[in-house]
Unconditional design. Structure first.
Lengths: 352, 352, 352
């Protein structure tokens, strides 16, 4: 009898602290992937859009959008980490360490840094630190995520709970490593779409990104396949029709990319996501939903050793089927307001 | 208090004759963009499809589709020119001056060449001449368009009306500058898909392009984002559902590209659009519509100094939800016939 | 009076045994096309996904997916072979002879190798052997297909019936020509996603590929246009709404690519389709259908002269709107079971 060759994914009891999982399918990112990405979200940041703009300020060429890097690395982890996940609970300590250029090949590995069984004994939370590397073995991205994963067998023994202590935010000193020293004299604020630079933003400022984008099923599926993310909830209507939502669920990364692209309108010079301090998919998004976004500046910070760039910490909030002029976030009772689907805490890099 | 950083677009009173607007986000066109473009429309012109075909006749490599160039340049103008537009009224004097190749970076600027307030005092017509340039600063495309734009304040003073005199058609002497001298002996009329060349077309000939293509919401949105065109009417169903049409409007450029791709069947050797003499989006197109097209030859012309290529002036008509065997255009009363959505006057270049 | 310049396609009486048709529109395959292809199906085979993986084992760079090559070549034949087809009846003797890399230009020609009029005198079956070549003139792909084509005129004389004798399967000695000699020591079975190699598969083994993918209209249209396939049944809802199915038909090649991508889960190291021995589109597929797939190993074979790779002959079955844990294929009466849409007989290549 042949062995079952289909990957059934890992269950909660398959994870142990210290374990390292090398994920499959290294992927070369090409200008083709960049074009598909652009056509799905419509970002307009000049550094990623234009070779000449990027080269003028010090890049080798136009770098790949940070979120395309993130989603590609994330996608690789799905078959090993979250195929049996009930929920993707959060992200932390995500930072970008090196620019990725078309032609680079990305691979990913994850180390299990925490496990905690749920009191229902049917599932548990797994914490992993995932590292994305380029073809030279250099780390381009590192992040922690935690997911709730089903147990294969409710009776299997409970592991010693290990819950990693995670930083509330990435330290400013660690930001901007993926950005070469910029020749700011050649940063054209007309071509970039806005005169506002780092010093023009201040804590507590709120920005309605104004535009809304309706998401089609074909679009989120195409995006999610681009990342080789195989989580079935995004693709299989036949099965999902029997489930809780009766519909396919949009991959949360699609909402992240969409709201990031919308944020150009108000944050045009925030050309680089240096870190994701925290992220929460507050509510599900479905095909047919219209996504709006707004941002709140949480703090601004100098980056030690850098006189060319500074960091703005922003909360990027995505909302569905509701405009954001009034910056919807929480109810008076402290719950997320109706329509809020994403609450993301980012470090953005802008020219000084 | 921080300044509002979101772009609200220009209103009628923000435009003045002589004003030059440099548009944001230069864009490097890659083979990835070409592939996305091809997958959305399915053009089959051999020169743009095949490096070997293009090089055999004298191009450096396969040039980028003229309309991908046009839409990319056009897309850049939207945040500055037409964010508050009520209607895109027309195009004229559009000509292509230089071939664009993958790797080239396009940027755009517009000069205001006319303004005329409407008698309702609530809006006016703005005429701009837009210039698209490559990374060397060379003009690849120049065109005039005029749009009806809302006033911010009905009470603001009426400007002196300036209405530019526009040519009825681009002069044949100005055509073909984007086409290198062709080695016609190496132009393979089998590989190109048709034996018909310039001399085989004559004024008054009508060609039904036969095929029809149904347009999905995901397709026109993806196309429009590829051009970084942010006009909200194309993307936001949540908002549009409250509007006149209750639906998203398809970007007119999608209809242009679709009918151009369909025109291969009958005009396979018209490998280059040298000029758009005039263009009118006669009626709106929506997701779910099926687009058909037909062409009428208006005139043919030699291009001074060129023995390799000649020009065919054609009216390209796109029609929705109705086949074009009877070449629908106008009613006996002179109105556009039901279903006609585009009436475009083009100079096409064919081998002699 | 001008000649009709629109291609009406060939009818049954236009085909004669021995005739060779050179098809139009050579096409340069770019990394852009690869990216669009990947975003539409989500394949994860490491050789095609990663330049570094491919180069480590002996490829110049990541080769183009075999099916993108197949569909591109196939697409070129449509205007000449199957524009007036009633049905695409089958494939045989399809083998891949040379790796295709991004930048290669593909063209196609077909030789008529059989004709047989149907007893109804209204149509007949045409057999063609199609050859796809790269820019150096080297054959990359050769296959036979047969289609039922309408007659232009029922009264036209019946040709002498010629029915080619087709091999039941491609000989193992002919397999693997598109695969360079592999350095197996550098084939990383962790990165490739599975430890199972050639020797781990045995005849009669059945593999449920587990995942299902719902197909949107925009997705299959985009895929089919990518191949420059113009068969109207895939694109024209306005016309199809009047026909038998009331809907657009999904191009069969989309189902092939989708089930191939799904087959990664269970066949991750079957990185190359060396041959298609036979293929049948058992039932139509429509937008909104969810496609599942399973495989049965029919035989395994050594490839003479190759110690690096071996061949697995597999039946790849695609099924719609029904999971495949029970490997649906035929009813007790020998008919295809409800839901089966594709029955494909493939030679796959795996590392030994």
């Amino acid at each position: 009898m042949s062995k079952v060759k289909t990957n059934a994914g890992n269950f909660f009891e398959d994870f142990a602290v210290g374990q390292v999982l090398q994920h499959a399918t290294p992927r070369t990112i090409t200008t083709g992937d960049v074009a598909v990405y652009n056509s799905l979200y419509g970002p307009r940041f000049a550094v990623q859009s234009s070779t000449t703009f990027a080269q003028a300020i010090g890049y080798h060429e136009a770098p790949v959008d940070d979120l395309l890097v993130f989603h590609t690395v994330f996608g690789k982890t799905v078959p090993d980490i979250s195929l049996n996940a009930i929920a993707n609970l959060g992200y932390a300590e995500c930072w970008f360490l090196e620019a990725v250029y078309p032609g680079d090949t990305l691979s990913a590995a994850s180390e299990v840094i925490g496990v905690r069984e749920n009191s229902n004994r049917a599932s548990g939370v797994v914490y992993v630190r995932t590292t994305g590397r380029n073809q030279s073995g250099r780390v381009v991205l590192s992040y922690v995520r935690w997911v709730m994963v089903r147990k294969r067998d409710k009776a299997s023994p409970e592991p010693t709970a290990v819950v990693p202590k995670l930083a509330e935010r990435v330290e400013p000193a660690n930001l901007g490593q993926a950005v070469p020293t910029l020749d700011l004299g050649r940063y054209d604020f007309t071509l970039s779409g806005s005169p506002y630079r780092w010093r023009d933003y201040a804590a507590a400022e709120k920005i309605d990104h104004a535009d809304g984008m309706t998401l089609e099923e074909a679009e989120h599926q195409t995006a999610t396949r681009l990342y080789q993310n195989t989580a079935k909830v995004h693709f299989n209507l036949h099965e999902q029709a029997q489930g809780q939502f009766k519909r396919r669920l949009v991959y949360g990364g699609v909402v992240i990319s969409l709201s990031r692209a919308l944020s150009f309108n108000g944050l045009a010079n925030a050309f680089h996501i240096a870190a994701i301090n925290a992220g929460r998919h507050v509510a599900p998004c479905f095909g047919g939903d219209t996504v709006y976004a707004w941002s709140e500046v949480l703090e601004t910070a100098e980056i030690p050793g850098r006189r060319d760039i500074g960091a703005v910490r922003a909360r990027l909030v995505a909302v569905k089927n509701r405009a954001c002029a009034d910056h919807p976030l929480k109810t008076p009772a402290g719950e997320y307001a109706e329509g809020v689907i994403l609450d993301l805490d980012l470090w953005l890099v802008l020219p000084r």
